[in-house]
Design a protein around this ligand. Structure first.
Ligand code: PLP
Length: 369
């Protein structure tokens, strides 16, 4: 008999499991607390689901006995019309996360390297780990992407540089000029992946138009998701725009039917839901100012954000803050997970939920300081 430990690949055994923010029901079950919970931990769109997407989902329900269209024909067509790229330059995935993992499978292997900023989205690390390749993680004291250092780290083994813009978990943004300087130095020596999961929340006007690099046939892929902006986090659908050859390579490793039929019809309808998208953006911009003023009032440092979440320095061990807030019914993302021990990342939600967060954190600070 062989032990399972000997069958599972050693580099997979070594991976630290990704711990996502837990759904409210799971926390309620674990704590056995009969109180109202407010989940501000995973950057979801708490306005709800785009009404246009929801209508399309309901109409599609009775067709669920069919497998979905593997090619995502209509979804790609809708994106193609919106963004001006042909369908063969569009990858679809079961969330943008699937495309991140598939980029790992397509480009990385033992001896290869990828580069990411730290802290940034953890799936870039996992893409390196599942492919048994080397990850170079570049920190900066201000939690920003140190693009000059990241460019300097590119060598003949580098296959991917991950740029998360705006960055999760910091909400910080790289400007068009900064990215352009970086692209000049990297000079297509590897693939640059711009993860723009939060692009539609950006308020500044110097945000880069990275699709231009794809138009210029550079080694670039741009990733985006419908999870946040259309309120479709539970449905799992994201996309990438990139070179034809890369899109077809990604298609080879994508599991059959990975993008479900409800998700496909939802985005075709949701892409036309300008009203919902506008409401989502306006609320976020308004409420982030409320965060700034409340953080100032409570003497907590924060990073100005271009996303729908904000990173706040509580000055206290984030494990303690997380536990304390949890017992008050507020769920946030504790910074210890991404090496920012005194920080918490909070989703910018409705004014009512944001007020509840500040009432809870004010009490927590008194209890823990
Ligand atoms: C930076 C970033 N990229 C990608 C994703 C994944 O998006 P999806 O829900 O489409 O898998 C997230 C989700 O939190 C994210 O924050």
């Amino acid at each position: 008999m062989r032990n399972l430990e000997d069958l599972i690949l050693p580099h997979i055994m070594d991976i630290a499991e990704y711990v996502p923010g837990k759904p409210v029901k799971e926390v309620q079950r674990e704590l056995g607390l009969d109180i109202e919970f407010h989940k501000l931990a995973s950057n979801e769109n708490t306005i709800g689901v785009s009404p246009k997407a929801l209508e399309a989902i309901k109409a599609e329900l009775e067709n669920l006995f069919w497998y979905p269209e593997h090619s995502c024909y209509y979804a790609k067509q809708a994106l193609s019309e919106k963004l001006g790229f042909p369908p063969n330059q569009i990858s679809m995935g079961n969330g943008a996360v699937e495309i991140i993992a598939d980029l790992g499978h397509v480009l990385l292997g033992p001896g290869d390297e990828s580069i990411m900023a730290s802290p940034s989205f953890m799936w870039y690390r996992i893409a390196a780990e599942i492919t048994n390749s080397k990850l170079i993680s570049i920190e900066h004291p201000d939690f920003i992407h140190d693009l000059p250092k990241m460019a300097e780290a590119v060598n003949e083994n580098t296959k991917i540089v991950w740029i998360c813009n705006p960055n999760n978990p910091t909400g910080t943004m790289l400007t068009a000029d900064e990215v352009d300087d970086f692209m000049k130095i990297v000079d297509d020596r590897c693939l640059v992946v711009f993860d723009e999961a939060y692009n539609q929340y950006v308020e500044r006007d110097d945000y880069p138009d990275t699709l231009n690099y794809v138009r210029e046939r550079r080694n670039v892929m741009v990733l985006r998701t419908f999870a946040k902006i259309l309120g479709l986090a539970g449905l799992r659908i994201g996309y990438g725009i990139g070179p034809k050859l890369l899109v077809s390579a990604l298609e080879k490793v994508r599991p059959t039917f990975s993008v479900n039929s409800l998700a496909q019809v939802a985005i075709v309808a949701g892409l036309k839901d300008d009203e919902f998208i506008r409401k989502t953006i306006e609320r976020t911009w308004k409420e982030k100012r409320y965060y700034y003023s409340e953080c100032d009032r409570l003497g907590m440092k924060y990073l100005p954000t271009e996303a729908n979440f904000i990173l706040i320095n509580t000055g206290i061990d984030s494990k303690k803050v997380f536990d304390n807030l949890k017992m008050k019914g507020i769920l946030v993302r504790p910074g210890w997970i991404f090496n920012a021990p005194a920080w918490v990342r909070v989703t910018i939600s409705s004014h009512d939920e944001n007020e509840k967060f500040f009432a809870a954190i004010e009490e927590a600070l008194k209890e823990l300081r």
